[in-house]
Every structure is written in structure tokens, then in C-alpha cells.
Design a protein around this ligand. Structure first.
Ligand SMILES: Cc1cc2nc3c(=O)[nH]c(=O)nc-3n(C[C@H](O)[C@H](O)[C@H](O)COP(=O)(O)OP(=O)(O)OC[C@H]3O[C@@H](n4cnc5c(N)ncnc54)[C@H](O)[C@@H]3O)c2cc1C
Length: 515
């Protein structure tokens, strides 16, 4: 594995300084920045525009115990049950019990959660939840609203600088393995000297052929943390959302999500014979945990002629659908599906990774000065399978905690010496687009919803060949660096999936081998 993606000594980069560097402008990164003390300079890097993130796409909402008939212990139990017994219970207690304060803070900041005619917050139900506890905004535009308010708050902070179109390639460490900066690309290389880096770079969806994640989700943060020596865990636990909008043009890009909330509001699943196939497969039928619904849909699709199943909510009034699901309603309409009249074609798509950079409850990793939060992190809160709408809550709680942890540290401590060796470059031409399509195909075929030892090993070999090709390549473009990161992340998923011989949560082994 290469240590750094760039091949220029960073002394030759444009030099900058900051007390804290945050990689990512999703909910985790923005809320972390908002919580950094104002006497610390903080820079947020984002590789596209600020709004391009999974956070902005979050539809269903944010799960939180606010009503008296709900209790922390019910939210805790639902989370742990979905996580298949693999959750870190302290982490679950932390988000469940601290989440309401963060939500109330957002409310104080002026966030517009949906309310009823009397001004009470509306809460909906989602798969795996035993109570109506999902707050939403703009019907199904919750993430957009949270990002809007956080972006506004961060922009008002004089200590925070938001740098768009800055691709962070690497976290720089010194001879004592302590963080001393980041290397970022924006019309040339920049070195930001800092002792505190928060990786809030989101997920890895783009390594799969079908994903609900945006194009920026190439696993960069996880890959660069690995190169810096951070522990990466639980990568076999990849969540596939049962209901990505099916269209032949989504391949290798991004599938529009049909939120769980559609099933929460009564949406029913049918196969191409018109049978409600979830009945009898799980006690909660369409509202069973995601992995179960995704697997059952996958099996139906394998055994029927049609490449998708139907999700029907057309029995609801048009006015209700338009106001409750404006984003879904409009996107389906644009794609030729009137959801008030006809069912929505859906199929499973990669949606979330439960694993990531191992961190404690304060966002700390095993590398001094390296913190992480949000989807790139693994606190263990989601165990082997994430409960719907817990991710946005996790971003808030652990984003804040990572910031508070940094606030308690002295500002700048300097940096030891940094080792850099120029890479030998092979000069061989690599078709980056073709290899990325190749990798996505390998992941979906060999490391998707149903797994087996034989296929995982075969897939790993294939993915590794692409990594090897890139080991000595000149990674002179962002696309090349992203592809190398995608390869590293894919290998981590394969290795973890091979090592876990028994099925657990989202990791489903058809061969379920005894150790
Ligand atoms: C379609 C969709 C719907 C969802 N709905 C819900 C929901 O209703 N409720 C819920 O709880 N969860 C939902 N999720 C999951 C949830 O939205 C995400 O897990 C969460 O928002 C991740 O937030 P984050 O801040 O960790 O990362 P993201 O929001 O993904 O942000 C990552 C940021 O890092 C930046 N970045 C990445 N790499 C680099 C780099 N190399 N250099 C610089 N910047 C970089 C990106 O540009 C981006 O700004 C949904 C996810 C999707 C995709």
C-alpha cells in the first residue's frame, strides 16, 4: 500500500496553518465545526460543493425520543436489535440519551421540522422502530434542511473557513505517528499544518454498481486514515437499502432513494406476480429490518422475470403523497411514474457502511490527533446493521463530541519530522473509467447482499489486481486518487467479509461456515 497518494515533497506545496482541519461538509463535519471553540481556527474541506453529500439527500429523517410515551430504553432496544447484537452499547446509550439535546439545539437554531396544525412535532414510523419517533422536514427533505441550518451557522463563525472543491488526499503524520497536517488538492497542492484532523468524509457507496450515495462517496477518508495507520473495523457490514428507484440509467452512478418512510406510511411490496411476498417472511412484513427486506427483494428479483419489484402507495390520496413525500413524488414523476396512480419500481442498492475508522465515544482514533465522526467512523453504534434514521443522529452527537474532545486539548503543539519517499512510477496507461466500472461490478457480484467464501475470495483477487495496477501509477488526477481509495476500501470489505464466516446483520453468508 502506498503511504501517500501525491508524489511531490509537501515542502513544495502551498503552506497553510489551522488549529483544526475537518474533512467533509455533511452533517457530521458541519456540526463538528459549529462546536469547535471560537478561539480555534478551523478549516472544513469539501471535495465538491458544500451541499453535495449523503447528508443533503437524507429523506426519512432523524430518530429521537422526544415524546413521553416513548422511552430511551425503547430506542436503545430497537437499535441493538437491528444491530444483531453487535452494537457497542455505550455508543448506543450515548446517541439515544444525548441526541434529544442536540435536536433541541437545532430547533433553537431555527430548523423547520414538520409540525401538525397545533405546532407539535410530527413523528413518523420507519422499519425496525417500535414507536413513531422519526422527525422530518419538508416532508422528505430532512437532510437538506439540517445541512441548510448548519451551513448557515458555520458561515457565521469567524473562526471557520469552508473550502469547496478541495480534495484531501492524505493525512500527514510525523515520525512519532502523530497527526501534523493534511495534503489537499485544489489547482495545485496545499499543505495545511495542523495537529487535529477530523475525518467526516462519509461513506463508500461508489464502490458498488447500485448505490444511493452521491458520486463523492468514494471512501477517501477511510482509505487515507488506513494509510496513516488508523484501525479500520467492521467493514463487512454494508447496508443495502431495499428500495432504490429502479431505472436502467442508474447503473454505476446514483440511485434515487425511495425512503423507508413510504413503507412506514403503509406502502406495500409486490413481486411481478402481484404477491405481497413479505407476508410470512417476517413478523413486521414490509417494516422488517432493512437487511431482511433487501434480501427478500433480491431473492424475488432473482426468481422472477422482472428486474425490480413494486412498491405501492397509490391507495393514499394524491394530496397526502405530494405533501408528505414531495421529493419522491416529483422525482418519480420526472422518471415517468405517478405514485398516486401506479406502483414504484424498486430494487436494493448499497446505502450505508456500518464499519469504518475505529473511534471511541469522543471521536478519537488510535492515531494521536486523528478524530472521526459520521459515516466514516465506526463507534459501534450501528453494530451489524443500522436502524433507519439513526445515522443523522449519530452525525450530530459524535460530531459534537469529537469537537468537544479537541476543545479540551491545547491548540498547537508543533510537529516532528515527516518522512517522504518519492514513488517509482511505472508509466503504464490505465483506463480509470473502465477500471472503476470493473471494480463496481466485482463488488456487486462477489461482495453484495448474498455472500460465500468461494465468491468472496474470487472477488478479492479480482479487486486486488486493480489495486496492484495502481500501486505504481501516477495518481495525477482526483479520479485516479479516488479509484485507488475505492480499491483500498473494497479490499477492506472483502477481507472482513472473508474473515466473518457466520452471517450477522447485513453480512449474509449463504454458506454460513462453522469456525
Ligand atoms: C439517499 C440517502 C438517504 C438517507 N436518508 C437518511 C435518513 O433519512 N436518516 C438517516 O439517519 N440517515 C440517512 N441516510 C444516511 C445519512 O444521510 C448519512 O449516513 C449521513 O448523512 C452521513 O453524513 P456524514 O456527514 O458522515 O457524511 P456525508 O454527508 O456523506 O458528507 C461527506 C462529506 O465529505 C466530503 N468528502 C469526502 N471525501 C473527501 C475528500 N477526499 N476531500 C474533501 N472532502 C471529502 C464530501 O464531499 C462530503 O461533503 C441517507 C443516505 C442517503 C445516501
Amino acid at each position: 500500500m502506498r503511504r501517500y497518494l501525491f508524489n511531490t515533497p509537501f515542502e513544495e506545496f502551498d503552506q497553510h496553518e489551522a488549529d483544526v482541519a475537518i474533512i467533509g461538509s455533511g452533517i457530521a463535519g458541519l456540526y463538528a465545526a459549529y462546536n469547535i471553540d471560537e478561539d480555534k481556527s478551523c478549516v472544513i474541506f469539501t471535495k465538491d460543493k458544500t451541499d453535495v453529500s449523503s447528508s443533503s439527500l437524507a429523506q426519512g429523517g432523524i430518530a429521537v425520543v422526544l415524546e413521553s410515551e416513548d422511552k430511551f430504553e425503547y430506542h436503545f432496544e430497537d437499535t441493538v436489535k437491528a444491530g444483531a447484537g453487535h452494537c457497542d452499547e455505550a455508543a448506543v446509550h450515548t446517541i439515544v440519551e444525548e441526541g434529544p439535546d442536540d435536536i433541541n439545539r437545532l430547533i433553537d437554531l431555527g430548523i423547520n421540522f414538520d409540525t401538525d396544525s397545533e405546532g407539535h412535532l410530527k413523528a413518523t414510523m420507519e422499519g425496525g422502530h417500535g414507536r413513531r419517533r422519526i422527525l422530518h422536514s419538508g416532508g422528505d427533505a430532512t437532510g437538506k434542511e439540517i445541512v441548510r441550518i448548519l451551513k448557515q451557522m458555520v458561515k457565521e463563525r469567524s473562526n471557520v473557513e469552508l473550502l469547496q472543491k478541495y480534495f484531501v488526499a492524505d493525512i500527514i503524520t510525523d515520525e512519532n505517528d502523530k497527526v501534523c497536517g493534511v495534503a489537499a488538492y485544489n489547482n495545485g497542492w496545499h499543505f495545511f499544518r495542523t495537529n487535529h484532523v477530523i475525518v467526516a468524509s462519509g461513506g463508500i457507496g461508489q464502490v458498488y454498481r447500485y448505490t444511493t450515495n452521491p458520486l463523492v462517496a468514494t471512501g477517501d477518508g477511510i482509505a487515507m486514515a488506513k494509510r496513516a495507520g488508523a484501525e479500520i473495523v467492521d467493514m463487512e457490514f454494508v447496508q443495502f437499502h431495499p428500495t432504490g428507484f429502479y431505472s436502467s440509467t442508474n447503473r454505476n452512478k446514483q440511485c434515487f432513494l425511495i425512503s423507508e418512510a413510504v413503507r412506514g406510511e403503509g406502502g406495500l411490496l409486490y413481486n411481478d406476480k402481484g404477491e405481497r411476498f413479505m407476508v410470512g417472511r417476517h413478523e413486521r412484513c414490509e417494516l422488517a429490518p432493512r437487511d431482511i427486506v433487501a434480501r427478500e427483494i433480491y431473492r424475488e428479483i432473482e426468481n422472477q422475470a422482472s428486474p425490480y419489484v413494486n412498491l405501492d402507495i397509490s391507495f393514499k390520496e394524491r394530496e397526502f403523497l405530494e405533501s408528505r413525500f414531495p421529493t419522491i413524488y416529483n422525482n418519480c414523476m420526472v422518471n415517468g411514474v405517478d405514485i398516486a396512480k401506479e406502483p414504484i419500481p424498486v430494487g436494493p442498492a448499497q446505502h450505508y457502511i456500518m464499519g469504518g475508522i475505529k473511534s471511541d465515544l469522543d471521536g478519537r482514533t488510535n492515531i494521536e490527533g486523528l478524530y472521526t465522526c459520521g459515516e466514516a467512523a465506526c463507534t459501534g453504534v450501528h453494530g451489524a446493521n443500522r436502524l433507519a434514521s439513526n445515522s443523522t443522529l449519530e452525525c450530530l452527537v459524535f460530531g459534537r463530541r469529537a469537537a468537544q474532545s479537541i476543545n479540551s486539548k491545547p491548540t498547537r503543539k508543533g510537529c516532528g519530522s515527516v518522512e517522504f519517499t518519492r514513488q517509482n512510477i511505472s508509466g503504464e496507461h490505465i483506463d480509470l473509467y473502465e477500471e472503476s466500472i470493473n471494480l463496481k461490478g466485482i463488488m456487486v457480484k462477489y461482495c453484495g447482499i448474498l455472500r460465500s467464501d468461494k465468491y468472496l475470495r474470487l472477488g478479492f483477487e479480482k479487486a486486488h489486481k486493480i489495486t496492484q495496477m495502481l500501486e505504481e501509477a501516477e495518481l495525477s488526477t482526483v479520479e485516479a486518487m479516488e479509484l485507488y481509495n475505492m480499491c483500498l476500501v473494497s479490499e477492506e470489505i472483502f477481507k472482513a467479509a472473508i474473515a466473518r464466516k457466520k452471517s450477522m446483520g447485513a453480512h449474509y453468508r449463504e454458506d454460513d461456515i462453522d469456525d
